[in-house]
Design a protein around this ligand. Structure first.
Ligand SMILES: *Cc1c(COP(=O)(O)O)cnc(C)c1O
Length: 406
């Protein structure tokens, strides 16, 4: 006998899900390119991309084809075996970057957890078990496991969960003197986002990253770039380190890597990778054939001059629109970020109100993000159409007008 099907609505969320999110009142059910539709059929222009995840828009035909093909071939093997999609994707990532070895995981958190464990372990086996200090930055975000929240530079993420992993120190971002003051031979790693995403879309200065590189070399510490948000084409280079011309020892990638399919990667040199041996670390799903097949299809599209150069052109269009909106409404004090990771800082009188603008934007039919309470963030598809940009920005302008009129 069929049980009665009750309608799935936003109210269902409060009845079934652990209350760690406050999702919007509507439920998206379908996406194509840079458009999304909700249960009521209302259409939205998507300038959020999840959170910088769907780098090729929704249901990109090449990704759908890769998923279908792999879905009818082989879904999963344990790590007792390897698989072709993971090996192909790994080869491509190595060929395109500084890396000599790659390790696949499932999320940004896991990639960073792996990177931090690798950095600690490398120092432990190559230098000394006491070389364990990790230097990280205020307002940084690296994930939600206990190790990664402890490296996050925002106590709100890590307070209230008991004793934290020790020997992690935070200093101000873009302040090389502050790093110098705490850097020593006891340091195993400096961990940094080349562009802080969650922390407010703040790009590192070139001299800061170069200074970190020099300090790490002087003290035999590893430089870890968290490119979970800013990597995979988002800046207009495949990875942000290429723009800065500062090469890390370990780099983490996730979000855009799978274009919406959960997958992450840790990139490093062969020498550093050799500190790990069979059994040092592992993951049941890391390097899953489905995930790697989709990521390979995404990589083949993103790592092309057409897409990467397109990012720079599309950024100009976004910035023009934002400047025009600011000229009309006087709401932004700064438009920043790089490529299609765009931050628009709110003027002092609108500080704390980023969420109000975000909700009004959704109401007006455009999905945007905030990065903290004072910054609007845009992380659209890297292949968003000009018409979608114009349309979405017109909707955003209407939302701004509405908030200001309220
Ligand atoms: C999103 C993000 C993470 C965490 O990734 P998850 O997939 O949510 O675990 C880590 N670092 C940065 C820079 C991020 O933006």
């Amino acid at each position: 006998m069929a049980t009665e099907q009750t309608a799935i609505t936003r109210a269902t969320f409060d009845e079934v899900i652990v209350p760690i999110y406050a999702p919007a009142d509507f439920i998206p059910v379908k996406g194509r390119g840079s458009r999304i539709w909700d249960q009521q059929g209302k259409e939205y222009v998507d300038f959020a991309g999840g959170i910088a995840v769907t780098a090729l828009g929704h249901c990109h035909p090449a990704l759908v084809a890769a998923l279908h093909a792999q879905g009818e071939t082989l879904w999963h093997t344990s790590n007792v075996f390897t698989n072709e999609p993971a090996l192909r994707l790994g080869r491509k990532l190595i060929d395109a970057t500084f890396a000599g070895r790659v390790l696949f995981m499932n999320s940004g958190t896991e990639a960073n957890e792996t990177a931090f464990k690798l950095a600690r372990h490398y120092a432990c086996v190559r230098h000394s078990p006491f070389k364990s200090k990790i230097i990280a930055f205020h307002n940084a975000f690296h994930g939600r496991s206990l190790f990664t929240v402890s490296v996050d530079g925002q106590p709100k993420y890590s307070d209230g969960f008991g004793p934290k992993p020790a020997d992690i120190i935070h200093v101000p971002f873009n302040d090389l003197h502050a790093v110098q003051a705490v850097m020593d031979d006891h340091t195993c790693a400096v961990v940094v986002e080349p562009i802080q995403g969650e922390g407010g879309v703040t790009a590192a200065t070139p001299s800061f990253l170069q200074g970190l590189r020099d300090l790490c070399d002087r003290h035999q510490a590893l430089l870890v770039f968290d490119e979970v948000q800013c990597g995979m084409g988002r800046t207009g280079d495949l990875f942000a380190y290429m723009h800065y011309e500062v090469t890390p020892d370990i780099l983490t990638s996730a979000k855009a890597l799978g274009g919406g399919f959960p997958v992450s990667a840790v990139l490093t040199t062969q020498e550093i990778a050799s500190a790990f041996h069979v059994g040092s670390h592992g993951s049941t799903y890391g390097g899953n054939p489905l995930a790697c097949a989709v990521a390979e299809a995404a990589f083949d599209i993103i790592n092309t001059p057409a897409v990467l150069n397109g990012v720079r052109a599309k950024r100009q269009k976004f910035v023009q629109h934002l400047r025009r909106i600011d000229a009309q409404f006087e709401i932004f004090s700064d438009i920043r970020g790089m490529g299609l990771l765009i931050g628009a800082a709110l003027r002092p009188q609108y500080k704390g109100r980023a969420r109000d603008f975000l909700y009004a934007a959704a109401e007006a039919g455009v999905m945007v993000l905030n990065a903290g309470p004072d910054v609007m963030r845009f992380a659209p598809s890297l292949v968003v159409d000009e018409a979608d940009i114009d349309d979405g920005m017109a909707r955003f302008a209407r939302a701004v007008a509405k908030v200001l009129a309220a």
